[in-house]
Design a protein around this ligand. Structure first.
Ligand SMILES: NC(=O)c1ccc[n+]([C@@H]2O[C@H](COP(=O)([O-])OP(=O)(O)OC[C@H]3O[C@@H](n4cnc5c(N)ncnc54)[C@H](O)[C@@H]3O)[C@@H](O)[C@H]2O)c1
Length: 404
């Protein structure tokens, strides 16, 4: 069955930008929120996004044609003909399951029900419907109309054909669609979490300054430093995510006390004008690093040495090997997903090959000896090194060739 009509539930930050992405690919969009007011606010965001696309070169009449495909609805009964639903309401399991029960009652039996959750269990959401085989994670990145990646996350119950159709749909939006098996934070945010967390330990231990960390990392492969990014997203959001990952994965995701202290001081970043950097109250632009952070930083016990950004990427590489070991995604999808999701210039597997797998293991083991669990080497990385492999994708290629 062809997908023509797509319902989007929730007209907030994500629902609005997903609506723009979906309507721009030629689909009819039905947008629902809890009130006419919330829908109006959603439409204002949508109009601003189209205006910004026009400023960047989209023809005015094309923007109008796309915009005209978005209609608002207030009642679930109006979703009876939808072929696909993308839910983007609050990140609360009770709210999501209530929405999915309504959708299950109102949508036709063939309709696929997708959720844009970042952290909740897709399997649990699927289980509250009478069509668990047709429920799937459809994880867009913010802003969805500009970001290239969509993680398609099947629940334990999702049928193969629903997963494939959802991947096909995401590709039809001109996105990189990657199948990711269900795990906390999915693929990209899981790997990002290890790297973000390590940047805080490095700062807290006095190994490098705010500016040294951000500069070393942007010079290496990232479009923005981890501390500037933490300020953009908010330390409170960062702490909630870090606590969630810590609860799901254990010690290696333990939040750095520095992050807890920043939240306690309300140094949340851009939204409070003060985080790792200070922000101009008028222009909201970043000015200088927040000097008061010095009071939260321990004096370094090691002699100062030039900060090496590998300290942040080795945990990300190690997490990539753990994810591959768990078959969270195909090896060939991992780097493209990280590059599309985070704007990295090279993905973690390419970085690992560049550094040398044996060297990555040796460095990780040294850090494990100094810092403990955060750096326990992934068993799969050890196996690659023991096998004398220098390339990760080559092995996958050989396996594919062997199975043909
Ligand atoms: N913001 C991000 O960067 C981001 C990125 C990826 C995924 N997500 C996920 O997307 C989802 C939405 O996040 P957001 O940032 O857009 O939130 P948001 O708070 O901006 O928007 C949520 C919207 O849902 C509406 N809503 C609440 N209950 C509803 C209901 N019963 N029916 C219809 N609408 C309802 C609210 O009125 C609001 O407009 C969450 O699951 C979040 O985890 C967010």
């Amino acid at each position: 069955m062809q997908i023509r009509q797509v319902a989007i539930i929730g007209a907030g930050t994500m629902g609005a930008s997903i609506s723009v992405a979906v309507a721009s690919a030629g689909y009819e969009v039905l947008l629902r929120d809890v009130s006419v007011d919330a829908l109006q606010q959603g439409l204002q965001k949508i109009d601003k996004m189209f205006q910004s696309l026009v400023r960047k070169g989209l023809a005015e009449e094309t923007a109008q044609r796309h915009r005209a495909r978005i209609k608002t609805v207030t009642d679930y009964s109006e979703l009876a003909d939808a072929d696909l639903v993308i839910e983007a309401v609050l990140e609360k399991i009770d709210v999501k399951t209530a929405v999915f029960r309504e959708l299950d009652r109102s949508c036709k039996p063939s309709c696929i029900l997708g959720t844009n959750t970042s952290s909740l269990s897709i399997t649990e959401i699927a289980a509250c419907t009478n069509r668990p085989d047709k429920v799937v994670g459809l994880h867009f990145f913010n802003p969805a109309h500009l970001m290239k990646l969509v993680e398609v996350v099947p629940a334990l119950q999702t049928s193969q054909s629903v997963c494939e159709r959802t991947l096909e749909f995401a590709r039809s939006l001109n996105k990189l669609a990657v199948r990711v098996e269900e795990c906390a934070s999915f693929l990209v945010n899981r790997l990002l979490g290890r790297y973000m967390g390590e940047s805080l330990w490095v700062l807290q231990e006095g190994v490098a300054t705010i500016e040294e960390i951000d500069k070393a990392v942007t010079d290496y492969v990232m479009p923005i430093g981890p501390l500037a990014l933490r300020d953009m997203n908010g330390a409170d959001i960062g702490l909630a995510v870090a606590r969630f990952n810590f609860q799901e994965y254990g010690e290696r995701f333990r939040p750095a006390p520095l992050l807890e202290a920043m939240v306690a001081k309300n140094w949340l970043g851009q939204k409070t004008g003060k985080g790792f950097y200070l922000y101009d109250p008028e222009t909201k632009k970043r000015t200088v690093p927040n000097g008061s952070i010095a009071e939260l930083i321990l004096p370094s016990s090691t002699p100062p040495a030039a900060f090496n950004p590998q300290r942040l990427f080795l945990p990300m590489i190690n997490e990539a090997f753990l994810a591959l070991q768990e078959n969270v995604c195909a090896a060939e999808d991992l780097d493209p997903a990280l590059m599309a999701g985070l704007g990295m210039r090279r993905g973690p597997l390419e970085l690992a090959e560049e550094l040398g797998l044996a060297n990555c293991l040796e460095q990780t083991e040294k850090l494990f000896a100094s810092y403990g669990e955060r750096f326990r080497p992934a068993p799969l990385l050890k196996r690659y090194v023991r096998a004398g492999r220098s390339s990760i994708l080559k092995r996958e290629g050989q396996l594919a060739a062997a199975s043909n």
